[in-house]
Design a protein around this ligand. Structure first.
Ligand SMILES: C[S@@+](CC[C@H](N)C(=O)[O-])C[C@H]1O[C@@H](n2cnc3c(N)ncnc32)[C@H](O)[C@@H]1O
Ligand code: SF4
Length: 351
């Protein structure tokens, strides 16, 4: 018997690389969309052959910049998935988008093909900061896309980056107040990470201290009109990203497209998956449990204390550190204090 699998489809092309970004994508103004679409279609066929007609609760097109894709190619991919899998009628279908790549007409075409959730990379509400980050759009471009998306019957999310050089709690508070004024049901708030092989990695930037970063993190929690449900994710209750929640909960997912990884569950065994056959290796119950602990503890609802999790953790540590970890309703979760030292916490918790 095969279980339901979520699907992640990676689109590794961008108009240009942003100064901070180490995601697997390359700057390419005119990708060979025919070839890339054909590759994705054959991967879909590959998984249908391997797993059968699986139930698919969520699909997430991430990148890169999936909103660059011609909508006819996108529709073909959606049709092939509907043909090969059971896509739930209420499936969440998300596409990541960059302002400037999507006008109202193309947005409607993506929606007609099945998209019901748009994630918009807004990053900042300050044009100078957008320039510094290496973005190709202005705040006005982002607001236009937000308006278009909000006037349609889809869910809308926005990504922001905080903790830039010169940022402090006061600045982040003003950002959150402006986000509240625009009004979102979902936002991802990412602390700027300096990645080695990026322009920022070579610039020796004057970054805020750890204490200032912690202040900004708490300010977001206090100011944003949304509830934190994961370290970097906020939503009106009921509007959380189901795709990510399923994956953080430890559900199975397939990664399709260049560089896309998944965790496939077949005949009672978990597999680490990369591409269509590039890697397909069994992983032990203990390793899978540790992965679930790492992602589950990042969420405010924590993770189900199921037998595989109980076997993987050091119960003595759990019982002796109730200021860091709590058990309620059969779930284990990090307390507010625990959330601040998650990496250390996980190291101590797993056997
Ligand atoms: C897969 S990326 C791309 C989405 C889309 N291409 C865009 O740029 O809007 C998802 C998000 O990760 C965040 N991100 C990428 N690199 C980051 C970094 N070094 N530090 C903090 N956030 C980062 C950005 O907010 C970005 O929107
Ligand atoms: S942040 Fe988005 S647009 Fe910028 S390089 Fe990364 S994936 Fe591409």
């Amino acid at each position: 018997m095969t279980v339901a699998h979520n699907i992640y489809i990676h689109v590794p092309f961008c108009m240009s690389k942003c100064n901070y970004c180490a995601f697997f994508s390359r700057a390419c103004a005119a990708p060979d969309w025919r070839k890339y679409t054909d590759d994705i279609l054959s991967e879909i066929d590959f998984w249908a052959g391997k797993l059968g007609r699986i139930d698919v609760p969520t699909i997430f097109f991430g990148g890169g910049t999936p909103s660059l894709m011609p909508t006819a190619n996108f529709s073909e991919i959606m049709e092939r998935m509907r043909d090969r899998f059971n896509i739930a009628p209420n499936a969440e279908i998300t596409i990541e988008s960059n302002p400037g790549t999507l006008d109202a007409t193309r947005l409607d075409e993506f929606i007609a093909a099945g998209v019901n959730r748009l994630s918009i990379g807004v990053q900042s509400l300050d044009d100078d900061e957008l320039l510094f980050l290496g973005r190709r759009h202005t705040v006005a471009d982002a607001l236009r896309l937000i308006d278009a998306a909000k006037s349609r019957d889809i869910r809308v999310s926005a990504d922001f980056i905080y903790g830039l050089p010169g940022h402090n709690a006061t600045k982040v508070k003003a950002l959150c107040q402006n986000i509240n004024k625009i009004g979102f049901s979902h936002c991802s708030m990412y602390e700027l990470t300096i990645e080695p092989n990026t322009p920022f990695g070579k610039m020796n930037l004057d970054m805020p201290s750890n204490a200032e970063m912690a202040d900004m993190y708490n300010t977001i929690d206090e100011t944003l009109n949304l509830s934190r449900y994961e370290v970097s994710n906020y939503a009106t209750p009921g509007f959380e990203c189901r795709h990510n929640q399923n994956i953080w909960d430890g559900d199975a997912y397939i990664g399709i497209g260049n560089g896309a990884a998944g965790r496939v569950f077949l005949d009672g065994v978990w597999y680490e998956q990369l591409g269509a056959g590039a890697r397909f290796e069994p992983i032990t119950t203990q390793s899978r449990a540790v992965e679930k602990i790492i992602t589950g503890l990042r969420t405010t609802r924590g993770l189900l204390l199921a037998p595989d999790i109980k076997n993987a953790i050091n119960m003595e540590y759990l019982n002796q550190n109730q200021e860091l970890l709590e058990i309620a309703d059969g779930r284990i979760r990090a307390t507010k204090r625990g959330m601040l030292i998650l990496d250390e916490l996980v190291l101590n918790l797993v056997k």
